[in-house]
Design a protein around this ligand. Structure first.
Ligand SMILES: [Zn+2]
Length: 269
């Protein structure tokens, strides 16, 4: 049952609601209303979050958004002392600690040669890159245990005398090969000889090995720093980040890059 007064009452209520809504819109409009219409900021910070802020809000547990400019290279991010660190610096003044260290993650890279897993992947990458450029790079020597190095050094002393052996071979516990991160390579008809540096393969290695994470550890002209003659065949894995930083900044040795003392001789004869 309907009374004739009901439609009028409904209309009055409707007008009241609409009127209240209009009044609310006028009273509550933001002060930047005109600016918002033209897209001109009116001094208030934008309410729309930037994409970076939106991403950070959406994933608060994720890694920080990288800055537009790359930060300076952090030389402290890895240990130079720990034998398991890919940045460990081993030379005549810095024996491995412990001297009998043996890596736990050695893998076969072919021919019975062993490297730590990360370096093994990297040397395969290096060989693939070299092959794509038309160069065959072979692994001649890789991980050498303390005991094996002991035998090699004794053999070198027998052949070259004590002084000659020091320039060609490392005392056990002082060889980069014991880290599982060093590899001797050959190619172009010259294996583990200085002539490798003059082959197309050796030149390619010197120019490109950093991209796979390797550096020519015993650079020409650095004998008084590294304690070793130029060895264009001896590559040391340090990872692409450090190898590329050294390559691009033209720093030849780990000792110079990290501000470590030159190590031309052993501390004790
Ligand atoms: Zn070597």
């Amino acid at each position: 049952m309907r009374s004739p007064g009901r439609p009028l009452l409904a209309l009055a209520l409707l007008l009241l609601v609409v009127g209240a809504a209009v009044a609310a819109a006028v009273l509550l409009r933001p002060p930047s209303f005109a600016g918002a219409l033209t897209g001109t900021p009116s001094g208030a910070p934008p309410t729309t979050p930037s994409p970076a802020a939106a991403a950070a809000t959406a994933a608060p547990a994720g890694p920080p958004t990288p800055a537009p400019a790359p930060p300076a290279f952090d030389r402290t991010q890895r240990s130079l002392d720990s034998p398991d660190s890919t940045w460990v610096v081993v030379n005549k003044l810095r024996p491995l600690d412990p001297v009998g260290y043996a890596p736990a993650d050695l893998v076969d890279v072919g021919g019975g040669h062993l490297l730590r897993a990360e370096a093994a992947l990297a040397v395969a990458d290096l060989q693939a890159e070299a092959a794509a450029a038309g160069h065959g790079i072979a692994v001649q020597s890789a991980y050498r245990s303390y005991e094996y190095q002991e035998g090699l050094f004794a053999d070198a002393v027998g052949r070259f005398g004590a002084e000659g052996a020091e320039q060609r071979s490392a005392r056990p516990g002082h060889s980069e090969h014991q880290t599982g991160l060093a590899v001797d390579v050959g190619g172009g008809g010259c294996d583990i000889e200085r002539c490798f540096g003059d082959t197309p393969e050796g030149r390619w290695v010197a120019a490109n090995a950093h991209r796979s994470g390797f550096l020519v550890r015993y650079a020409a002209g650095s004998e008084q720093i590294t304690g070793y003659q130029y060895e264009p065949w001896h590559l040391r894995y340090v990872g692409p980040e450090l190898a590329t930083e050294m390559h691009e900044t033209g720093v030849a040795t780990l000792e110079e890059f990290f501000g470590l003392p030159p190590a031309p001789e052993y501390a004790l004869g």
